[in-house]
Design a protein around this ligand. Sequence first.
Ligand code: GLP
Length: 263
Amino acid sequence: MQILLCDSPDHVGRRAADVIEARLRQGPAVLGLATGGSPRTTYKELIRRHQEEQLSFAQATAFTLDEYAGLPPSHEQSYYSTIRREFVDHVDLPLERLITPNGDAPDLVAEANRYDSAISAAGGVDVQVLGIGANGHIGFNEPTSSLDSRTRVKTLTRTTREDNARFFADGQVPRLCLTEGLGTIRDAKLAVLVAMGENKAEAVRLMVEGPVSANCPASVLQMHRHAIIILDPQAAAQLSSLEYYREAQEFNDDLSLRARSAG
Ligand code: GLP
């Protein structure tokens, strides 16, 4: 795991955007997109780079991580609508290459299988953007999710429904969802998780320094070949090896600067 310590949520967004931009500049990329509050500064920065620096998504494909069951894509709180409103509608990603699980499909099990097949057919995800829930979930993989799970139907915990009630005018959050599994997420070539705020600090500590455990689903990233965890000071506050992460970060930054000036 690579831990990047940032000064603020905007700084987190810039570092995450750097990673995504680097991949986009290498050629057609398959992006995995998370919804929720955490990646907002990342998307804001990518939109700015698109508008001001010609960063293009025209060759990219994007898969969203999860979706509420029972909401049609047109519902304003569906993750399809949310990712369009917060990111995709502001860049040049072709809409036909924004792929989301259909939470309103008549057969959700078949839809989950279709989704995994679509990801494989696209060649797998190159860069997966992730947030983390206060209970350690990624996507909608709630605690006790199998570490090897694939896209499937899940029941949301009361904590997650309470956390997300703020987005629904009537406070009523669906009880079921479709989510990529922890195994699906682990298949991504690069995972970039962004976290900010003190209510994420404990989940971040368990993810980075705790045991790999289905009780903290994000801890599966300890088994990922390349996971970058980008944190603001509040989210990093409970980590015990901050000094080491800071040193490693300075060393890495120095290395990549030298590589860039050599190239
Ligand atoms: C939500 C989403 C996740 C998100 C997480 C944290 O329920 N399903 O993809 O990362 O919970 O949300 P937020 O970033 O709003 O704190």
